[in-house]
Design a protein around this ligand. Structure first.
Ligand SMILES: C[S@@+](CC[C@H](N)C(=O)[O-])C[C@H]1O[C@@H](n2cnc3c(N)ncnc32)[C@H](O)[C@@H]1O
Length: 391
């Protein structure tokens, strides 16, 4: 299916598509559009009305018979890429929950910028309860992150996932960041996408019966490694916000009989996990991607039992980021622009209420010449519990 920008000759078919969904064709002249085409027939269309500081999705339509195949997602992504950071959607009560799952926030009309209220989509007779779906800068970053990591699931990994060699690098990248060949071979094929920057389990000393939570569990690599270590009486929970990652991890867990592992779709900045319920929080190359690191560490602390441990591998900056990379969504999704300076990262862990914050390992990490990056392995404890004597 070809995704391309709409041209004038498409308008007759676009009007037909809109009519098939019960939508009026008015306002098309004020919009830019993207279409999905197969064999010369349009299968989907999104129209965007641009203002100086935002963009409004005027309409989104997928041909009957083509629904349920992810075409709407492709069109919304085309709109997001074409429009930049902020998008608003109006009169979409019917797909509101869908937009919320994609990271849009339901807002009020009063929150929309004046330039948006002046668009044809917003003009005329709107009541204050009209739903508006807003993609703020933070959510736009998350959308870019989801898109990038869904792409790794489709392509089979960052570089040399076992099934894909040779593909430009000489060995599985997980070997280079601290996993052994035995560990790589121990997990189901398709779980190791080569996306880690360390091995947070290496020093976690997991014990039978413990509950482990993996923040940003991807396709389940670390969760599957943790599973036999905590055994039948233990449990492993993976949380990830990219639906394709969750689907892959759940599928592997089911097919390979990992009865003590579950994967939950969610944002690690608002964990879908109960207070004081986890013995060990692990995370591998994820927290740099969050938009609020302090909040992420606070959430990790909330769900840990008193005395529980945090074991994180992550990327940090060793010098400030060049100005042109700051705020760059693609650089953010590539683990560069969201990374904190090392001292700020450690300070955020302490500020979130962790004690005994220790850097157990630090190695340079190659992410291009423009940013000086290191991979850290960090351990910290939640105060309280028998192990820390109530500290
Ligand atoms: C670099 S990959 C690492 C995946 C996995 N830890 C591994 O080592 O294979 C980053 C993962 O974090 C997830 N992620 C990023 N930000 C997140 C957030 N705020 N909440 C939940 N998951 C997030 C992405 O969807 C992606 O699967």
């Amino acid at each position: 299916m070809l995704l391309r920008k709409r041209v004038h000759a498409d308008l007759t078919q676009v009007t037909r598509l809109l009519a098939s969904a019960g939508l009026p064709p008015d306002g098309l002249e004020h919009t830019e559009g993207w279409v999905l085409e197969a064999d010369g027939a349009l299968q989907g269309h999104v129209a965007l009305e641009l203002t100086p500081d935002a963009a409004v999705i005027r309409s989104l339509v997928v041909a009957e018979g083509q629904r349920g195949q992810g075409l709407g997602v492709r069109l919304v992504e085309a709109a997001e890429d074409g429009a930049g950071a902020r998008l608003l959607v109006l009169r979409t009560e019917s797909i509101g929950p869908w937009m919320e799952r994609r990271g849009y926030r339901r807002a009020t009309l009063q929150e929309a910028p004046a330039s948006v209220l002046a668009t044809t989509q917003f003009s005329g007779g709107l009541c204050s309860g009209t739903p508006v779906y807003l993609l703020g800068a933070g959510q736009a970053i998350k959308a870019a992150v989801r898109k990038r990591y869904a792409g790794f699931v489709e392509r089979g990994g960052a570089c040399c996932a076992p099934a894909k060699e040779p593909c430009g690098c000489s060995a599985d990248p997980s070997l280079a960041v601290g996993y052994s060949r035995e560990e790589i071979q121990a997990v189901p094929q398709g779980a190791n996408l080569g996306l880690g920057c360390g091995n947070p389990l290496a020093l976690a000393s997991l014990k039978a019966g413990e509950v482990v939570l993996d923040l940003g569990s991807g396709a389940g690599f670390d969760a599957f490694l943790a599973s036999p270590r905590v055994g039948e009486l233990g449990r492993v929970i993976g949380v990830d916000m990219t639906p394709a990652m969750i689907a892959r991890a759940r599928d592997l867990a089911r097919r390979h009989g990992y009865a003590n592992v579950e994967f939950r779709e969610g944002d690690i900045e608002a964990l879908p996990v109960e207070d004081d319920s986890v013995d060990v929080v692990i995370s591998n190359c994820v927290i740099n991607l969050t938009t609020d690191k302090l909040q992420t560490f606070r959430e990790a602390r909330r769900v840990l039992k008193p005395g529980g441990r945090l074991m994180v591998s992550d990327l940090v900056l060793l010098s400030p980021l060049p100005a042109h990379l700051q705020g760059d969504r693609d650089a953010y999704a590539a683990c560069v622009a969201g990374a904190l300076l090392k001292e700020d990262y450690l300070a955020a862990i302490r500020e979130a209420g962790f004690r005994e914050v220790e850097v157990l390992g630090e190695s340079p990490y190659e992410l291009g010449a423009e940013a000086q990056v290191a991979s850290l392995k960090i351990r910290a404890l939640k105060p309280g519990g028998a192990a820390s004597g109530g500290r």
